[in-house]
Design a binder for this molecule. Structure first.
Ligand code: GCO
Ligand code: MG
Length: 415
């Protein structure tokens, strides 16, 4: 008699002021349930509705163990496929079913994935400052914690922070995050020149372009950064311009990472098969969960392309745990982004709620220690969720503004 899906619950919570979505799959076996992450911070209500209105009626009564069947069922059920809301919703259930699989096997997920090839997962942390000195202080702070890879930005992405039109914009230009790619490129090259002069080359540095410059500018920046030997340059081009990767790859030795915005493993296929990138930057819930992500990682391994899973603040500890379990068992692991989900929070900026709120809601987070992250050895994802505590931290419905990015003339550009 198969164990079946009895109910599916969705919880939205923001213990650190960032909207998170947790899915709980209850089964016909008393006490057996799975937890998953369906976080799409800017559309959390739509994801919750997608799960309760469509995926729940589809899945109730089905076998919890047939993960592949259930994933395909969800993926093709609405005929049109691969949207952000849908994929994050599917991922929430997919991670929960893998959590259940681990609990039934009595093993942490990395064991089910073939066992660990490393004892701890090397991670990179974020630094961002207005000056070289400020940035070096942060780098040295993280180096004191044992971190060996750091993402360096200066003023967010492409220097875009303020929501007001600069004087140089046309009169009547609308408010938004105004970008000046020319200034950004010049400032970024000077920043890495200064950092390497002061720090040398033993620390691995990455930089995130966040898709905000033109292909010609991306080639210019990647080439200009070659002397500073980045570990990788991230999202130099948007998904909409990935054909340019052939030119970019041909013209620079700077290692390239791409993909947090990709919705479908097929979007990575050419980049991997033609070795046009060095790292896949998959956002595990955006492409639909552990099931597609692991297949993509194994596909990338045959081409020598390595993983650098996306690990931002707008992802719950359940998805971070999924990243870590896959990382532990991956031969083509590159590096893991770690946004500082664990209080006491090492990230530099202050948080909306008291530190520790995250630990009140989630228990069993993968542990950051001496530059590495370690999962616990509980079965499944290994993370527990406290719904009562979660209810204390409601999500925000503010209109998203940081994605209202504009070029110098005030026209919207991709964020
Ligand atoms: C990264 C990403 C994030 C995204 C964020 C969007 O490399 O970590 O670019 O910082 O901007 O996840 O909500
Ligand atoms: Mg990024």
């Amino acid at each position: 008699m198969p164990i079946t899906i009895k109910d599916i619950e969705v919880y939205n919570t923001a213990p650190e002021g960032i909207n998170l979505t947790v899915v709980k799959v209850l089964t016909s076996e008393d006490g057996l349930y799975g937890l998953g992450c369906a976080t799409f911070a800017y559309r959390y209500q739509a994801v919750a509705l997608y799960i309760t209105a469509y995926l729940k009626p589809l899945l109730i009564g089905r076998d919890v163990q047939t993960i592949e069947e259930n994933w395909a069922l969800m993926h093709q059920n609405a005929y049109w496929r691969n949207g952000g809301v849908e994929n994050n919703a599917i991922a929430g259930i997919d991670l929960a079913l893998w959590d259940i699989k681990g609990k039934l096997a009595g093993m942490p997920l990395y064991q089910l994935f073939g066992g660990a090839v490393r004892k701890g997962v090397p991670v990179y942390r974020h630094v961002d400052g207005a000056s070289v000195d400020e940035i070096i202080d942060q780098i040295q702070y993280y180096q004191s914690l044992g971190v060996k890879h750091l993402r360096v930005q200066s003023g967010g992405y492409c220097g875009g922070l303020s929501l007001t039109a600069p004087k140089s914009a046309p009169c009547g230009a609308l408010p938004g995050i105004y970008l000046n790619s020319r200034e950004y490129i010049d400032k970024t090259v000077k920043l890495f020149d200064a950092l390497r002069a002061r720090l040398g080359f033993t620390i691995d540095l990455v930089h995130d372009v966040h898709e905000r410059i033109t292909p010609a500018e991306a080639i210019e920046l990647a080439r200009a950064l070659e002397p500073y030997r980045l570990f990788f340059l991230e999202d130099a081009l948007p998904l909409d311009a990935i054909e340019y990767f052939r030119q970019l790859r041909a013209k620079t030795s700077t290692p390239l990472a791409e993909g947090e915005l990709f919705n479908n493993p097929q979007e990575f296929r050419t980049l991997i098969a033609e070795r046009l990138i060095d790292y896949i930057r998959v956002h595990i819930t955006q492409i639909g969960g552990i099931t597609p992500a692991r297949k993509l990682a194994i596909f990338a391994e045959t081409f020598g392309v390595r993983t650098a899973w996306h690990g931002p603040g707008d992802m719950s500890p359940l998805a971070h745990a999924a990243n870590i379990h896959i990382d532990l068992a991956a031969r083509n692991f590159g590096v893991q982004e770690w946004s500082g989900i664990e209080p006491p929070n090492f990230v530099i900026q202050e948080l909306k709620y008291p530190k520790g709120a995250l630990l009140e809601v989630f228990d069993g987070l993968p542990e950051f220690k001496d530059g590495y992250v370690y999962p616990n050895d509980r079965p499944g994802l290994g993370v527990e969720f406290n719904a009562a505590a979660a209810a204390k931290y409601p999500c925000s419905d503010e209109v998203t503004t940081w994605t209202q990015t504009r070029g110098r003339d005030g026209a919207l550009v991709l964020p």
